[in-house]
Design a protein around this ligand. Structure first.
Ligand SMILES: [Zn+2]
Length: 86
């Protein structure tokens, strides 16, 4: 099989359910950033493994965070945001 070794299968789990102390909050762009692509897109649940409940919350928090300018909408904004937060 040509595709066999391309991905290492890993058990997916919801990071927010696994670690109750991990805040799902718009004030934590450092955490939210793990769930968006470099281009600012929210990563699908089937890829991150986040459960439906948390994904729903996550989406709202990411959008909220964008509006507070803690996260970026596109790569054009990314440079500004990164300079300030990282
Ligand atoms: Zn969850």
């Amino acid at each position: 099989m040509a595709f066999k070794k391309r991905f290492t299968p890993r058990k997916k789990f919801c990071r927010f359910c696994a670690d109750k102390k991990l805040p799902l909050d718009y004030k934590r762009p450092d955490i939210l950033r793990d769930f968006i692509t470099e281009r600012g897109k929210i990563i699908a649940r089937r890829i991150t493994g986040t459960c439906a409940k948390c994904q729903r919350k996550l989406t709202t928090e990411i959008k909220r965070s964008r509006q507070m300018a803690l996260l970026y909408y596109t790569t054009v904004h990314a440079t500004y945001v990164r300079k300030r937060t990282v």
